[in-house]
Design a protein around this ligand. Structure first.
Ligand code: PMP
Length: 350
């Protein structure tokens, strides 16, 4: 007799990771085109040389360092195996079977997976025609069963961001017992001062949790470190439901070393931001619709031409991320990589 899997697992969407194709440039996973800094690599090596020991289960030093960096009580921080793991822990910590998790669509593709895996009901709210979160409609979608609303700011995959006025108006409509998760994986690439820092809003509201990651600006995508900052009881619950030892010793050491060299890392982010500006300008001059991006990638809402565009880019040795029927997301690479992509975009006839 086969083992008895959950009946509802058939409905679980699959997370599609950006492909690595030998000989092609990968602009598909929103990674910075630069390796971890030498000092960070040295820290990883030192951690690996420490021998056969489990990591610090409480992630004490990194948590203290993050608390100091952000000026918050360490009790409000939970560090996880990437912020995507924390998305799942949030559902586990908050949702009973059938509770609702509201998020925009399209947004980060892990949200429907973690909602379903956590026995919650995913409630999706379409983006506006301008590919931005429809915060009014999201507030309208809240019911007495809603436990969590994910607001991805800037949004993956569209790069669009909501401004402070819109977010404050939304927060004023959210019941105080519903958690608003501000997923700020791309915060370090934001250049528009109208886009609020979620941590400032979290200081004013008891129902906000901010997610940050070391995978993007800090260039540690392969090491898997993210963190949540929210109310202390929530952070404790997130630690409580975590897989023990989820954050490896090299990952903890690497994140600490990255914080030691934050200025350098942030300076490199400015390069990605200027490549995004160049991609936006050139693509628009080529006739593409490109929503304004506050992240390290651009979005081409090509709808039924998305797969053909990605295929054409691959023929030109560039891997982009296609969302069938919706669009294509392209990460800012080095100038040379962006040149290669823009040439491919310019020669797409489909
Ligand atoms: N949130 C968003 C919006 C993302 O785009 C990503 C990475 N693709 C994550 C969270 C997860 O990041 P990580 O698990 O690498 O910290």
């Amino acid at each position: 007799m086969p083992v008895r899997l959950r009946d509802d697992l058939a409905a679980l969407p699959t997370y599609v990771a950006g492909r690595t194709v030998p000989g092609a440039v990968k602009l598909a996973s929103n990674e910075m085109p630069l390796p971890p800094l030498p000092a960070v690599r040295a820290a990883i090596e030192r951690a690996a040389e420490a021998g056969n020991r489990y990591p610090d289960i409480a992630v004490t030093t990194l948590t203290a360092r993050l608390a100091e960096h952000h000026g918050v009580d360490p009790a409000r921080i939970a560090v996880g195996c990437g912020s995507v793991a924390l998305c799942g822990q949030l559902v586990q910590a908050m949702c009973a079977p059938g509770d609702e998790v509201v998020f925009a669509w399209r947004s980060f593709e892990a949200y429907p997976i973690v909602a379903l895996a956590g026995h919650a009901q995913a409630v999706t709210v379409p983006l506006t025609a301008g590919h931005v979160h429809d915060l009014d409609a999201m507030a309208d979608a809240i019911t007495p069963r809603t436990k969590i609303v994910f607001v991805c700011n800037p949004n993956n995959p569209t790069g669009t961001a909501v401004d402070e006025t819109a977010l404050r108006a939304f927060l004023a409509r959210v019941p105080s017992d519903v958690l608003v998760v501000l997923d700020e994986a791309y915060r370090e690439f934001v250049s528009d001062p109208a886009v609020p820092d979620g941590l400032a809003l979290a200081a004013e509201h008891d129902n906000i949790c901010v997610l940050r990651t070391f995978s993007k600006a800090h260039r540690l995508a392969g090491l898997r470190v993210g963190y949540a900052i929210g109310p202390a009881e929530l952070a404790a619950a997130l630690r409580g439901v975590a897989v023990p030892f989820a954050v490896s010793a090299p990952a903890q050491a690497a994140a600490l070393a990255a914080l030691d060299h934050l200025d350098e890392l942030l300076a490199d982010c400015a390069g990605a931001v200027s490549e995004v500006a160049r991609m936006t300008e050139v693509l628009r001059s080529q006739g593409y619709e490109v929503p304004p991006s506050q992240a390290n990638f651009v979005w081409l809402p090509l709808r039924d031409r998305a797969l053909a565009f990605a295929e054409h880019a691959l023929e030109n040795k560039v891997v982009v991320r296609a969302f069938d029927g919706f669009g294509v997301r392209v990460t800012a690479g080095t100038s040379e990589e962006v040149d290669l992509f823009l040439a491919a975009a310019g020669s797409f006839g489909g």
